[in-house]
Design a protein around this ligand. Sequence first.
Ligand SMILES: Nc1ncnc2c1ncn2[C@@H]1O[C@H](COP(=O)(O)OP(=O)(O)OP(=O)(O)O)[C@@H](O)[C@H]1O
Length: 404
Amino acid sequence: MSCSTNSDHELEAQNQIINHFLQQVKYKIVVMSGKGGVGKSTVATNLAVFLSNQGYQVGLLDVDVHGPSISGLLGLTGLRLNTIGNKIQPYPYDENLKVVSIQGLLDQPDAPLIWRGPVKIGIIRQFLSDVNWGTLDFLIIDSPPGTGDEPLTVAQTVTGCQAVIVTTPQEIALADVRKSIHFCQTVKMPILGIIENMSGFVCPTCGNMHEIFKSGGGKKTAADYNLTFLGQLPIDPGVVTAGDAGQSIDTLTSHTKEKMQHIVDQLIHQLPNKQKGVDKTMKIAIPVVQGKLCTHFGHCEQFAILTVDDGKIVEQETLTPPPHAPGVIPNWVADQGCTDILVGGMGEAAQAILQERGVQILCGAPCDAPENLVDLYLQGKLVNSGNTCDHEQHDHHGHGCGGH
Ligand SMILES: Nc1ncnc2c1ncn2[C@@H]1O[C@H](COP(=O)(O)OP(=O)(O)OP(=O)(O)O)[C@@H](O)[C@H]1O
């Protein structure tokens, strides 16, 4: 039996807040690069600006705690983030785009941050749990280059996150991109596509294309790995001038603006269910016996499945799962299209399967009628105990709720 400590409980409580926030975000995208200086922050910022220009609600989060550049690229240097109650208020760049960067919390923006992994992980989790983001169509996360603590924290914390990988065309950058691809495969984060930045230089004087860093390497890597190639941006001195002036590529008159728009169009094209506004339908599973939650998750004879639309229960059915065998019931729950499950306790293996299948788990729910539990859950009044007990341990400790 695993004993939970206070800090386990705090972590679980924070997980619950993070999961609740993530349910309000339709698409979560982390922008990554294998190497530094390839234009990842430029791409992340412009993805956010172009998407918000199209009327999507966008949050832009800079988790590059050692080298945050989003504030500068958007002309927000000196930005301070306010706190109301216990919530950090994101900076409203315009009516569709909210921005959060570590720079907004620092007293001395130019002082280097000397933080080890656990502190950085804590800060990133706080940006997900303690920021008043509201409902978003897109959360765009700018991660530092490489495959360190920051992208790992994002991959492990942001359920449903997908990656966009930025590279330059030359082989040394592509070698690092392959590491990013393997990283995503290892942490099971889907890759939305690859963007090749600084791909050729169009001379403003003669109009000819010069392949300073070659071009086409990103496209070839995408093809090699059977990934989507989202498009190319040329080397354009206007991008530097705009970035230094805190302006987006949208303000440019060059061909680069069309290229950026093409990338955004390709990215949107990749996504399912593209209409604006978060899908508010949830399907919540609860193991039941005699009309109440049953603590025997793996051996329970029936499941109540409640469909919630826009915060209200619109349908309730009771289904019989297939006979118990390792892994069968969690997979069956996911196969029913359930987004959430409320249980008394659950073994670690079952939790791992459900997490992998993107089902939010709440452990420690009391024995009550399913509709009452769902009401409490929607109000945020059910606390996740992080309980990984199985039914035998419940019985042994007298936590069962009868009926078995
Ligand atoms: N297509 C482009 N043409 C010209 N300059 C560019 C282009 N893309 C980015 N830059 C410039 O390259 C520099 C680095 O860009 P950026 O900060 O976006 O890179 P990064 O990969 O996020 O860097 P870091 O490794 O620091 O996170 C900036 O000065 C930016 O203006």
